[in-house]
Every structure is written in structure tokens, then in C-alpha cells.
Write a protein that binds this ligand. Structure first.
Ligand code: DAH
Length: 332
């Protein structure tokens, strides 16, 4: 029996050394019908006085074969790893991921939103594709107004249009929410402008609306002066110049004079007190009187962000904002 153990060990170790399929070899020797298992069954006929010695030798055989199988497995695995990495130099420097940055327009928008949020304005939004009612009628802009002309506005075949301003969000907000409302609405607006160094057919606006009992022109002035001084610095001069917008009465254009914009007066925004006709349109739509112009008042404002971003960063051509040229965008 001990001679058998020794010869089986020699046979097994030799086979394991060159084995490709370690699992099969393990079954062949250690499996339920494996040679070592079968040999162990011979223990029964070993004389009593020899049992301990032979048993020990059998255990040693099993341990040796198990260890050899494990070692072979590791060798095979190591060889597989090395083959997978062949030709790859792990000491070479890696490829650094490219880090993005925020678009200058987004940076300006974020700053503007943050200032208004500090004053309690909530973000609101509406669809880019609008009805004529939301874009014009509800905003007291009559059918003969030039903005409604097909030369100025992108109309869809079904009569809807690409909103020409974000003032539509005033209407969308008042349709759905009862006063007080205090919202800002940044978003895209579209006009059929010839695209050139100072015009885009799609641009970015920010609208604002505050409606509550007893909102006054002083609130409008205070809010917007604060906003522009936060945005451009404490030394900024803000001027309200009487103007006309269909949806506000009285209406103003806002001019700014600030070192950040080269010290020249610049027209930046439109604003005014919400026209009672706008509130009446909302009342008709809502079928209630929560926006009764005798009970609430409000101010609204709107300004474009593209030209502002352009002037703040000294960009000579507004088209650079939409061309996605990395050489340009990486500077911000
Ligand atoms: N919607 C105007 C425009 O696109 C801007 C504007 C002016 C918005 C006066 C207002 C406002 O809310 O009160 O030119």
C-alpha cells in the first residue's frame, strides 16, 4: 500500500506540473471516484498495527496533491494576467480627463438667478413653443402689432409660434398660481432677426414678475437697482427712462452705467407696472377674480443675457456664444 501511495504521488505531481485543466486533474485524483479516494478505501484491509502509519501517508499524499493543484492554478492565472498585459507599459503617464467649465452665458445666468433668489424670487418656466394667446393677446399686444408679423416671428404651420420673449411665463405663472407670485424665468426666446455680430435668432432672456396687494413702482425701482448693483458693483448707476410696452403701464427702459461695462450708459432691460388689461385677461382665463386689478398690483421686467455676457466679457461678436469653439470657451 505504501508503495502504491508513493507511485500515485509521483504520477499525480508529474501530471499536475503540465496540466492545463486543473479542475479535471483534481477530479481525477481527489474526486469521489478519484484514484486517491479509491486507494483510501484500501485502508480497510490494512492490518491494525499499520493503520496509523499508512493513514498518515495517505493524508500526506492528499495534502501534497492539493497543494500542487493550487500552485498550478496560480501559475496558470499569473500567465493569463501577463498575457493580457503584454505590450502595455503600466509606468506610462495616463491620459488626463478634460475638465469642462461653465459657458460664460451660464455663469452670468447663475449669478443673476442667485441675486433674485436672495430676494425671494422663485424660478418659473414655460414652453418655447407657445400659443399666440400666451405670447401676445394675454400680454395686451393686439393683432396689428408688428411683433405679430410673420416677418418678425417664427410661426409653426398650426398657428403656434416660437416665443418672442419670456414674458409668456408671466401668463403661464398667473394661470396656475394665485397671488402673491414672485418669479424669475430665464429661458430662450426667438425672433426672425438676420444673424450678425449683434443679433441671434435664438437668444436668452430673463423675465421677472411680482404680483401682490400693493406692489408699487418704488418696489420695482428698489428691486432692480439692488439687482444691478449686486451684479455690476456698488458704484453702478441705474436710470429708468419712460418707454412703452403693451403689457406694462407705466413702462420704462433701464439704462446702466458701470465700470464693468466700460463706463458708458447702456440700455439693458424693460420693465413696468403690470397693465390692468393683463390682469383682466388672466381673470377671464382663470374664471375667478384673484388677479382683480383693483385688489392686486405688480411689476414685471425682462432683459436679454447674451448681449450682456458679450459686453461683460469683451466678446466682439455675439455668435461666439453659440459656435462652441473650445479655443474660445476655454478662456472662461
Ligand atoms: N418682453 C420684452 C422684450 O422682449 C421685455 C420686457 C419689457 C419684459 C417690459 C417685461 C417688461 O416684463 O415689463 O423686449
Amino acid at each position: 500500500m505504501e508503495a502504491q501511495i508513493d507511485s500515485l504521488r509521483a504520477e499525480a505531481l508529474a501530471e499536475i506540473e503540465g496540466a492545463g485543466d486543473v479542475a479535471a486533474v483534481r477530479v481525477k485524483y481527489l474526486g469521489r471516484a478519484g484514484s486517491i479516494t479509491l486507494l483510501s478505501e484500501g485502508m480497510r484491509s490494512v492490518p491494525k498495527e499499520d493503520k496509523a502509519r499508512v493513514g498518515k501517508a495517505l493524508n500526506a499524499l492528499r495534502a501534497d496533491v492539493t497543494a500542487a493543484l493550487e500552485a498550478r492554478e496560480q501559475t496558470i492565472e499569473r500567465a493569463r494576467d501577463e498575457a493580457a498585459l503584454a505590450g502595455i507599459d503600466l509606468t506610462l503617464p495616463g491620459i488626463a480627463p478634460q475638465r469642462g467649465s461653465l459657458h460664460p452665458l451660464t455663469q452670468l445666468l447663475d449669478r443673476a438667478v442667485r441675486i433674485f433668489r436672495r430676494m425671494g424670487f422663485a424660478l418659473a418656466e414655460g414652453p418655447d413653443i407657445e400659443t399666440e394667446w400666451h405670447c401676445f393677446d394675454a400680454l395686451n399686444t393686439p393683432a396689428h402689432h408688428p411683433a405679430r408679423n410673420e416677418q418678425d416671428t417664427f410661426y409653426l404651420p398650426d398657428g403656434r409660434l416660437l416665443r418672442t420673449h419670456t414674458s409668456t411665463v408671466q401668463i403661464r405663472t398667473m394661470e396656475r398660481h394665485v397671488p402673491p407670485v414672485r418669479i424669475i424665468a430665464p429661458g430662450a426666446a426667438y425672433r426672425r432677426d438676420e444673424v450678425d455680430a449683434t443679433h441671434l435668432a435664438q437668444f436668452t432672456q430673463m423675465e421677472g414678475l411680482y404680483v401682490a396687494p400693493d406692489v408699487s413702482l418704488a418696489d420695482l425701482k428698489g428691486t432692480l437697482e439692488f439687482f444691478f448693483r449686486e451684479l455690476f458693483g456698488a458704484g453702478t448707476n441705474v436710470r429708468f427712462r419712460p418707454h412703452f410696452f403693451p403689457f406694462t403701464e407705466p413702462s420704462f427702459e433701464i439704462d446702466i452705467q458701470t465700470a464693468a461695462l466700460g463706463g458708458k450708459w447702456m440700455e439693458l432691460a424693460g420693465c413696468g407696472m403690470v397693465d390692468p388689461a393683463v390682469f383682466e385677461a388672466i381673470c377671464d382665463r382663470r374664471l375667478d377674480r384673484v388677479y382683480d386689478p383693483e385688489k392686486v398690483s405688480g411689476f414685471a421686467f425682462g432683459f436679454g443675457l447674451d448681449r450682456l455676457a458679450m459686453n461683460l466679457t469683451g466678446i466682439p461678436d455675439i455668435r461666439m456664444l453659440v459656435e462652441n469653439d473650445l479655443r474660445f470657451l476655454k478662456q472662461f
